[in-house]
Design a protein around this ligand. Structure first.
Ligand code: URA
Length: 212
């Protein structure tokens, strides 16, 4: 099976999994190019996403699209998904048990796509990959975990509420093409001599508890 077929099969599995929480809402699995090197991962679908069954199609999604276009990329060339694949009621934050319940599926989705650059959007998504990171301190930094580079960014919805956050998000976003061009170099380096954050100790700790 090719990647698209494997993803379709996984989507069907999630759809049929009656143990998952939030089953009153529609499934928003994710979309984009399964052959991509880059995946953007948000928190959970909102109202527009629930209605359309597609990730990041509301106001935050429009901002994400704008930033993707600003750096010369196209939405259809990357992959976009969320850690929780159904909308929490009233757009509340996802509960830890909801994140946990969908996590094995996110892991399998990433194993199928196998991107080299993962861009978590917001703290909930960031903490799935980097459990000890803090969004205000670590957004825009380059983390190496195994054979992946992780660059957590502010969530676009937060940027819609604050011009300072938008400014920081845009600055970090505009660094993504350079990071993508240097993936081989970053991934070849050992954490201790790469100049990457965090330091080696953190990296080892995060490997024990993060998604990869
Ligand atoms: N916010 C998210 O985290 N994900 C979406 O898909 C839409 C808004």
């Amino acid at each position: 099976m090719n990647k698209s077929e494997l993803l379709e099969k996984l989507k069907k599995e999630i759809f049929e999994d009656e143990t998952l929480p939030l089953r009153d809402a529609n499934l928003v699995f994710g979309e984009g190019n399964p052959e991509t090197e880059i995946v953007f991962i948000g928190e959970a679908p909102g109202r527009s996403e629930d209605l359309e069954g597609r990730p990041f199609v509301g106001r935050a999604g429009k901002l994400l699209d704008m930033l993707i276009n600003e750096i010369g990329w196209k939405r259809e060339d990357v992959y976009i998904t969320n850690i929780v694949k159904r909308r929490p009621p009233e757009n509340r934050d996802p509960l830890p048990e909801e994140v946990q319940a969908y996590r094995p599926y996110l892991k399998r989705q990433m194993e199928i796509i196998n991107p080299r650059l993962i861009v978590p959007l917001g703290r909930f998504s960031m903490n799935v990959f980097l459990p000890d990171a803090k969004i205000s301190k670590d957004q825009g930094k380059i983390f190496k975990k195994g054979q992946k580079i992780i660059v957590p960014l502010y969530h676009p919805a937060a940027a819609l509420r604050s011009t300072a956050v938008l400014e920081n998000l845009r600055i970090a976003f505009h660094r993504l093409p350079a990071i993508k061009n240097k993936l081989d170099e970053f991934l070849a380096k050992k954490p201790e001599d790469s100049g990457l954050k965090p330091d080696r100790k953190d990296d080892v700790e995060q490997k024990q508890s993060g998604l990869f």
